[in-house]
Design a protein around this ligand. Structure first.
Ligand code: GLN
Length: 312
């Protein structure tokens, strides 16, 4: 597929069709209950944005409203860690789907503190540990990276969401201590978990995120600034990890329906990549049991079905 072939598709019309039909899905699921500051976000929120490599943005609904990016941040933190350590990152992390919940710790015992992948919480805590060892303020490093990739200096984090999560972070704290007991966490547990919660509490809109993820659709180079974030091969590898591990224990069904590499978060956002064409983001807070946005997944399924474009 190439970008010129894609100009035959009226993406704005595709988005409007999705918007028209999505309503019944907005009543389904629940906003994340275990983070009190997120539990009250109205289920009726829905936005979607596409950012093409040639610089057009298509959007519908609440696409310009900032929301809590949560685990979508894991993709960008992992990009930074992969850039710093290259292949040696995989001495401390696996590259396999876990088949367990994103915040599970069952596999860590028999896999000796090595998380299955960087997109489950255990893996993201190892990534954060790498960043804490390298940067004086790892949360600021991630935030600045996100501001640059979205070309939006106003991107920030919501301290109420970060505090609200930290007050109930027993599971993530347990995971971090457990990995530390295996020697796979080098910094203090409270520093790593606190920094991780602030990273998850970053707020961005669909428009910001569609733009921020477009470097992965463009072989690792930011399309408008020409900044090389990752070499082509590393960008391929990171997109492959999104495909196999980006939507938790529902990844098989997600890829069956959508056919794109994607990363979701419990704020209800999902970013996805159509290689050679565009970065994509959809947001709606109602989650399924795996923590993926129900309306978001449906919208992505319709996007690839109506446009006939996916990685397959
Ligand atoms: N901050 C959330 C957590 O650690 C992120 C989880 C998610 O978005 N899947 O539980």
């Amino acid at each position: 597929m190439n970008a010129s072939a894609d100009q035959s598709i009226d993406y704005q019309r595709v988005l409007e069709t999705i918007h028209r039909d999505i309503e019944p899905f907005l009543k389904q699921g629940q906003a994340a209950q275990y983070i009190p500051a997120l539990s009250g976000v109205p289920l009726t929120k829905f936005g979607m944005a596409l950012h093409t490599l040639s610089g057009e943005t298509y959007l519908i609904g609440d696409a310009e409203e900032p929301f809590s990016i949560q685990s979508i941040s894991k993709l960008f933190a992992c990009t930074l860690a992969f850039r710093l350590l290259g292949e040696s990152l995989w001495r401390r992390l696996g590259r396999e789907p876990s088949g367990t919940a994103f915040n599970s710790l069952v596999q860590l015992e028999y896999e000796r503190g090595i998380p299955r992948n960087p997109f489950m919480n255990a893996g993201a805590l190892v990534v954060m540990d790498v960043l804490c060892s390298h940067f004086v303020r790892a949360d600021t490093a991630v935030l600045q990276f996100l501001r640059r990739l979205s070309a939006n200096q106003d991107v920030g984090y919501d301290s109420d969401v970060a505090t609200s999560e930290l007050e109930r972070a027993d599971r993530n704290i347990a995971i971090a201590h457990f990995m530390r007991s295996f020697g796979n966490l080098h910094n203090r547990v409270d520093d790593v978990v606190g920094t991780y919660c602030r990273q998850c509490a970053v707020e961005m809109s669909c428009v910001d995120l569609a733009k921020a993820v477009s470097f992965l659709a463009n072989g690792g180079t930011v399309p408008w600034s020409r900044e090389r974030v990752l070499d082509r091969s590393s960008a391929k590898r990171l997109s492959a990890l999104m495909l196999t591990c980006g939507t938790y224990d529902a990844v098989g069904d997600f890829v069956y329906r959508v056919g794109l590499p994607a990363k979701s978060g419990v704020g209800g956002g999902i970013v996805a990549v159509l290689p050679g064409v565009m970065g994509i983001c959809v947001w709606s807070p109602g989650l399924d049991r795996s923590g993926n946005s129900i309306a978001g997944r449906q919208a992505l399924e319709w996007l690839t079905t109506l446009s006939g474009r996916s990685i397959f």
